[in-house]
Ligand binder design. Structure first.
Ligand code: ZN
Length: 80
């Protein structure tokens, strides 16, 4: 049985605090997006694999899947 994967995440911009809802690609991590309000880049924090893990209300789908399976990391990027 598959656990539900959330495909939308609310990102909080670290520059201006603007919150926007993003649709996440199901099998990829996004490590840089542009804030819709201040148009500055929102980049992934060191040690995180994507912006949604860094600033989102939900981590990216590969991470959610890994969490459901009890694994760390997301499979699309190496994590010790
Ligand atoms: Zn912003």
């Amino acid at each position: 049985m598959n656990m539900p994967i959330v495909l939308e995440s609310t990102l909080c911009c670290p520059h201006c605090g603007f919150q926007s809802v993003w649709h996440m690609p199901e099998n990829a991590c996004m490590w840089r997006v542009q804030c819709q309000a201040c148009h500055r880049d929102i980049v992934t924090l060191p040690g995180k694999c994507c912006v949604f893990c860094s600033y989102g209300s939900h981590p990216s789908p590969p991470i959610q899947r890994a969490q459901h399976e009890g694994k760390g990391g997301c499979g699309c990027c190496s994590e010790s």
